[in-house]
Design a protein around this ligand. Structure first.
Ligand SMILES: Cc1cc2nc3c(=O)[nH]c(=O)nc-3n(C[C@H](O)[C@H](O)[C@H](O)COP(=O)(O)OP(=O)(O)OC[C@H]3O[C@@H](n4cnc5c(N)ncnc54)[C@H](O)[C@@H]3O)c2cc1C
Length: 178
């Protein structure tokens, strides 16, 4: 592994970033420090393949690794803040456990089911993770997404027709009334 900048690595072994501890190298492994950092990276990376990674609890990476850039939102872009009296804004790198604890502390409703899911919010949105009769998208009102050109879009759930529509987007940030 060689380091290009403080948050961008070449040939980073993905076995270090997946729960199964398997997986060869990513050509580039990038952990954005904030949304501007992510946007700038995407603008400079156009044409190269991108793979998103959260906590790596639902992926199996082959020994050959992944060509192009792997963008990891784990432990970066991970803030959770109150949005209104009964909703919060959760960034993609926040863990499901942190959201469960935040929702409990702020009396936001039935989010305890998130505590059993070892992933991040970005992964939970992509997988529509769920347990104990609840699933992630039940609690989502709007999502802020970034496309591969680095441009940010705001999507309201009522404009998305199905979970297929929902999971076709990239999720650097999510806003969910919990
Ligand atoms: C012990 C164990 C228990 C589990 N229990 C449950 C359970 O109770 N319920 C359940 O539903 N699942 C469960 N899972 C599966 C897994 O935790 C979930 O699917 C979780 O939502 C994956 O999140 P992650 O952050 O680890 O995503 P990853 O594994 O890193 O990625 C999963 C998918 O999400 C995409 N992704 C991740 N982050 C982003 C992002 N920021 N932007 C765009 N795409 C992104 C990835 O590209 C990939 O396609 C369990 C797994 C383990 C190992």
């Amino acid at each position: 592994m060689s380091k290009q900048a403080y948050n961008c690595y070449y040939n980073e072994l993905l076995s270090k970033h997946t729960s199964w501890k398997v997986g060869g190298p990513a050509d580039i492994f990038f952990t954005p420090q904030n949304r501007d950092d992510l946007s700038n990276f995407l603008k400079s990376n156009q044409g190269n393949p991108i793979t998103w990674l959260g906590n790596g609890t639902n992926v199996l990476v082959r020994d050959n690794g992944i060509r192009g850039a792997v963008i990891s939102t784990k432990k970066s872009i991970d803030k959770i803040n109150m949005e209104t009296d009964n909703s919060c804004r959760v960034e993609a790198g926040a863990s499901c456990m942190d959201l469960a604890l935040f929702a409990e502390k702020n009396q936001l409703g039935p989010a305890a089911f998130f505590s059993g899911i070892p992933g991040s919010i970005g992964g939970a949105l992509t997988m529509n993770a769920g347990s104990f009769g609840h699933e992630t998208w039940e609690f989502v009102e709007t999502v802020e997404v970034i496309d591969e050109s680095g441009d940010i879009h705001y999507l309201h759930l009522k404009n998305l027709n199905s979970h297929t529509d929902q999971s076709n987007f990239l999720f650097p940030c999510g806003s969910s009334p919990a």
